[in-house]
Write a protein that binds this ligand. Structure first.
Ligand SMILES: [Ca+2]
Ligand SMILES: [Ca+2]
Ligand SMILES: [Ca+2]
Length: 537
């Protein structure tokens, strides 16, 4: 029995060392051979191994323990085949039991090893994806006025090596969905300021957005007050809003765009369009009609849904281009002497104040004139003196409010034509003209929305209506990150919205989209490029 026990231990050791599961039958014969071999080494001279083994076993069975007691008065057959077969059967049963135990232990070890490896790879992929989020934060926070570094920058966002852990090389790619008609994705970010902010937009503007009927627009406006009562840190706030400090979190009526599904009349098809897996690509099920979900119109074009036009996150900062606070022209205590604006502006503002009038926006001073009382009480004609030349400085340096955040401003330099066409005074033709005109603007001209008037695209009156809705900066960004390991093939996909106006930059929204499948074709990731110094810039 000791030999059998030792043999079982050796057998278990062999199994665990080799990490290969043996069949019970093979294991049993191996153990039997080992037992025979060990006993044969000590056999008395003159006896064959089989004779010695069977003889000694028979002797022990006749003399010891339970067998001698329970089998008292019985004799084993005198022929050698009887005890021989019984011992073999006993050995096989013991070996089978030992093998089953060994197999169970081995299965347990292998499953734990597999689970551990999978968990580690998944966490590594998640960490690589978060590296992509922080890369986006780092690059986007550098240039709110210039979209060049963050809008389409494969050198900084495509197949960026995070770490080589010896077993795998971990990469991330940051990408965004393009508008229909262009490539499905680009390696860059979408700015939230290029969309209509549904939390601070009137129903008359919302109903100009494609697919938003007047009834839906009104339902959205009616729904917002119920969410407006939530305060940062309350249970109504999303996870990552509660994680950011309440000072940096915008006063959002809707916590995320997906909450629109709670507004009467809003459906998944309306919000997500035909892009069921949110990858910006026209996949087979998205262009086959009702043959498979989602429903689509089989026109070989991907309808991206309202999520490509709307946001709940956008806000601008009420600061100058150099980061200094703007001067509130409605504040009677504000020192306007250092603004470098024409003398007529100061005179005009003083005349307005005497009449108790206030500005809705600094743009109200554009080409402005009117009859006001002078210091003596006599009514005179006053003119602001603000024209095309003075407008950029006025818009950059001045404000008509002390609010630090200007929520829902649309970025004139990045918004697509469909979004621009929803703004009052802009139709589809003018929207296309704006998109064409901004391509050739100088970097200096793009710093304020003044170029819209300077280029002669709108009248002064129209510009005054549009100016409170416009900006030329972006601080909140939406994007996806694909992180993957080579050669493991483990990957994670996350969707994120970041806020670079917050200090430090904050994550406003984070969602794991891995369950929707690999979003980018394998041809874009099978030959990942090494990170270079240039890509860090
Ligand atoms: Ca798709
Ligand atoms: Ca379909
Ligand atoms: Ca379609």
């Amino acid at each position: 029995m000791i030999c059998l026990f030792m043999g079982s231990l050796l057998f278990l050791t062999d199994l665990l060392t080799a990490h290969e599961l043996k069949t019970v039958r093979t294991a049993a014969f191996r153990l039997l051979q080992r037992a025979l071999h060990r006993r044969a080494l000590k056999r008395p001279k003159g006896r064959s191994p089989e004779e010695w083994f069977m003889g000694s076993t028979r002797e022990s069975l006749n003399c010891h323990g339970a067998f001698s007691g329970s089998l008292a008065g019985r004799r084993f057959p005198s022929t050698p085949e009887g005890p021989h077969a019984f011992v073999l059967l006993l050995v096989l049963v013991i070996v089978m039991l030992a093998s089953m135990v060994a197999a169970s232990v081995l299965y347990l070890l292998r499953s734990e090893k597999t689970a551990s490896a999978t968990g580690v790879s998944g966490e590594q992929a998640w960490a690589a994806a978060m590296s992509g989020v922080y890369q986006a934060m780092r690059i986007a926070s550098r240039s709110p006025s210039d979209p060049t570094p963050w809008q389409d920058n494969a050198a900084a966002f495509k197949n960026q090596l995070v770490v080589d852990d010896g077993a795998n090389q971990w990469y991330f790619s940051v990408y965004s969905c393009n508008d229909p008609g262009a490539a499905p994705i680009r390696f860059g970010l979408n700015d939230e300021a290029s969309r209509i902010n549904v939390t601070h937009t009137e129903a008359t503007v919302l109903e100009r957005v494609p697919n938003l009927t007047p009834a839906l627009a009104q339902a959205l406006v009616d729904y917002a007050p119920t969410v407006r009562s939530s305060v940062p840190g309350s249970t109504n706030e999303p996870l990552f809003t509660t994680l950011t400090n309440s000072v940096s979190a915008p006063d959002r009526k809707l916590a995320c765009l997906d909450e629109l599904l709670g507004v009467p009349g809003f459906t998944g098809a309306l919000l997500y369009g035909e892009d069921a897996n949110l990858n910006g690509n026209l996949d087979p099920g998205e262009d086959d009609g009702d043959a498979s979900p989602p429903p689509d119109n089989q026109d070989a074009q991907l309808e991206p849904g309202l999520r490509s036009l709307l946001t709940v996150f956008s806000y601008d900062l009420n600061v100058r281009d150099d980061g200094q606070p703007r001067l509130n022209l409605n504040d009677s205590k504000a020192d306007l002497s250092n603004l470098e604006l024409p003398e007529g502006v100061l005179t005009y503002l003083e005349a307005m104040r005497r009449q108790g009038q206030k500005l809705a926006h600094p743009a109200d001073l554009l080409e402005a004139s009117g009859k006001f009382k002078d210091e003596t009480g006599a009514v005179k004609d006053f003119s602001s003196g603000v024209g095309k030349a003075e407008l950029p400085l006025l818009l950059d340096r001045c404000s008509a409010t002390n609010e630090t955040r200007l929520i829902g401003r649309v970025n004139l330099n990045t918004a697509p034509a469909k979004v621009l066409a929803a703004l009052p005074g802009i139709d589809a033709t003018l929207a296309e003209a704006i998109v064409s005109a901004r391509v050739s603007l100088s970097e200096d001209a793009r710093r304020t929305p003044a170029w819209l008037y300077q280029e002669g695209l709108v009248t002064a009156d129209s510009f005054k209506k549009l100016a409170p809705l416009l900006t030329t900066r972006s601080y909140q960004f939406h994007f996806h990150v694909l992180a993957y390991g080579v050669p493991a093939g483990t990957y994670r996909v996350i969707e994120a919205v970041i806020d670079t106006a917050a200090q430090p930059p904050a994550i406003l929204f984070l969602r794991d989209l891995t369950r929707l499948g690999l979003p980018i074709g394998m041809d874009t990731i099978k030959e990942p490029a090494r990170q270079t110094e240039a890509s860090n810039e």
